[in-house]
Design a protein around this ligand. Structure first.
Ligand code: CTP
Ligand code: CA
Length: 221
């Protein structure tokens, strides 16, 4: 790991980043979602800008102010996010998938508010497309970076996930450490192995990840 941040290490690169949660409507007033503040994704966008890249940030609902100089596209559902990614991915050199995408959505979103008449309510959920895996399967994929929040067996689960999605770099963290926090403790998994980073604030972690991925990106070319 190179601790030093080379300011122009991504100059001229086009980077696409997803951030925040997605929300999947149940009816007009209710939704299911993942717990994600968007902090790590927005910090990645800022670090990529600082490294000289041009950044498009596709964000699910978040209270954060997007970094100045990023092109921001706001979305709600996983399928909105997928459509936005598909629109921008061909022009991107690097895709960084930080979003906590909902794995399932209600099979049907009710047009009218569901009334609480029944004792028990069952929702049928249907799987969403894995956006990152789908991008990685393109004939000429951008350099793909994934994030995984795990609750146990971080390295083993992360390694399997990186292989399953066929991506060069996966950043894994403990969900309990990252959620809502301003700091994070992550391990970078790549073809060379596992590289743990010391706990630090998310902007510092983001800069270290950007530096690491810039090195791998150079290596891959
Ligand atoms: N991801 C995605 N689209 C999805 C689900 C996940 O792009 N529908 C991306 C996330 O942005 C992240 C990576 O895949 O970069 C890993 O997400 P994660 O939820 O940890 O992995 P899953 O493959 O969904 O597995 P699980 O939730 O069962 O652990
Ligand atoms: Ca998931």
């Amino acid at each position: 790991i190179v601790a030093q941040f080379a300011p122009r290490c991504l100059a001229g690169k086009q980077i696409l980043i997803t951030a925040g949660p997605t929300i999947e409507k149940i009816d007009p007033v209710r939704a299911i979602t993942n717990l994600s503040s968007g902090k790590m994704g927005y910090a990645m966008a800022q670090a990529a800008l600082d490294a000289g890249a041009t950044v498009t940030l596709i964000s699910g609902p978040s209270c954060l102010t997007p970094p100045q100089n990023a092109t921001i596209i706001k979305v709600e559902s996983a399928s909105d996010m997928l459509a936005a990614v598909n629109q921008h991915v061909a022009a991107s050199d690097i895709f960084i998938s930080v979003a906590a995408v909902a794995d399932y959505r209600p099979e049907l979103a009710h047009e009218q508010k569901i009334k609480k008449t029944a004792d028990m309510l069952t929702l049928n959920l249907t799987p969403n497309v894995d956006i990152l895996a789908q991008v990685a399967q393109r004939p000429q994929p951008p350099f793909c970076v994934g994030f995984a929040a795990e609750t146990e067996n971080l390295i083993a689960n992360g390694t399997t996930k990186r292989q399953r999605k066929n991506i060069p770099l996966l950043v894994v963290n403990r969900a309990q450490d990252a959620l809502g926090s301003d700091s994070n403790e992550v391990t970078l998994l790549d073809d060379h192995g596992a590289h743990p980073l010391a706990r630090a604030d998310k902007s510092s972690i983001a800069r270290q990840i950007i530096q690491h991925l810039a090195n791998l990106y150079q290596e891959a070319k």
